[in-house]
Write a protein that binds this ligand. Structure first.
Ligand SMILES: [Fe+2]
Length: 312
């Protein structure tokens, strides 16, 4: 079934001779549809920034792993992972001139950035699934020492989801390339995390995260945009190129920054790096090629993995 029909289908009316539909199954189906539409919106918001390809997927994967490592119940892990995927929803309210600025931000611009947790929380408020994600969306920039935003919460006043996502979001920002700096190696980012435990980040969660990293359990997520899919770079201007799991050799991908067209070519057998290499064609995408489009196959997989567990 296509995701569109999955998203839009109404529960079928039962034939008179059939048993009544199971109310729990209908509710689960509706929750999956609602969740898929929320994740698709978050994806399109993220796609506005050409340097953040795969960020939501990575932060949600780190968050799920960290919650498991911390011993949380499966339902908690799933809800925090969903909150992690949605955490930057409020960036829809940030102008491109600030969101895509290729350099450090001024104090005024940083004040604009600091509005996004409140904007995201207002967007979610009243949504039937808000309870799964609101805390992560609203509190992922709080700091343990009370110096974060938007509320300046400190210590255990910061909800668990916010403390988890704060760590995972910061680690992904450190290990990702930005217009004005290259991404840090994983080991260096873990050292930074360690040095901020008890002030910026929750110490127990941070130690669990560093333990995951030291065991190499973050390596298949860092620098990737899906399981087994490493990020590539636009060879014309530098930002990330996201190749989707369902794409095949001969298909095209476009840089979200310069619009440069790249064709996917199968790597030679035994070669290091991605199985499909993005090679610039010298062309540029049309407006239709460059439309932001959520990766609905990835979202459908995420929904199937997380929605039932979140409900448990
Ligand atoms: Fe954020």
């Amino acid at each position: 079934m296509s995701l569109w029909s999955f998203l839009t289908r109404a529960p079928a009316a039962p034939a008179p001779s059939h048993p009544a539909p199971d109310a729990a199954a209908i509710a689960a189906d509706q929750n999956q549809s609602l969740l898929a539409s929320l994740l698709a919106m978050a994806w399109v918001v993220e796609a506005r920034d050409p340097y953040t390809g795969g960020h939501l997927w990575r932060v949600s994967r780190y968050a799920a792993l960290l919650c498991e490592q911390a011993g949380s119940a499966k339902s908690v892990c799933a809800r925090v992972a969903i909150g992690a995927f949605l955490h930057d929803l409020g960036k829809v309210g940030i102008p491109d001139a600030v969101l895509r600025k290729p350099g450090p931000l001024s104090e005024e611009e940083y004040a604009v950035i600091r509005t996004h947790p409140d904007v995201g929380a207002r967007l979610l408020a009243g949504h039937p699934l808000a309870g799964w994600a609101l805390q992560a969306v609203h509190t992922h920039h709080e700091r343990l020492d009370g110096q974060g935003y938007p509320c300046g919460l400190a210590g255990d006043d910061i909800p668990y989801a916010g403390r988890v996502v704060a760590l995972c979001d910061a680690f992904d920002a450190m290990t990702s390339t930005r217009p004005y700096r290259a991404g840090m190696p994983v080991e260096t980012a873990l050292e930074r995390i360690t040095s901020g435990l008890g002030t910026q980040w929750d110490a127990a969660l941070g130690r669990s995260f560093v333990a995951l990293g030291s065991e190499g359990l973050l390596d298949h997520i860092a620098g990737h945009s899906d399981d087994g899919i490493p990020l590539q770079q636009c060879l014309m201007c530098g930002p990330t190129l996201v190749v989707r799991r369902e794409q095949r050799a001969g298909q095209t991908v476009y840089c979200r920054n310069c619009g440069g067209e790249h064709r996917l070519q199968a790597a030679s057998p035994g070669a290091d790096g991605p199985a499909l290499q993005a090679v610039p064609t010298g062309g540029r995408g049309t407006a239709a090629d460059l439309e932001p489009l959520a990766d609905m196959a990835l979202i459908e997989r995420f929904v199937r993995d997380s929605a039932a567990q979140a409900l448990a």
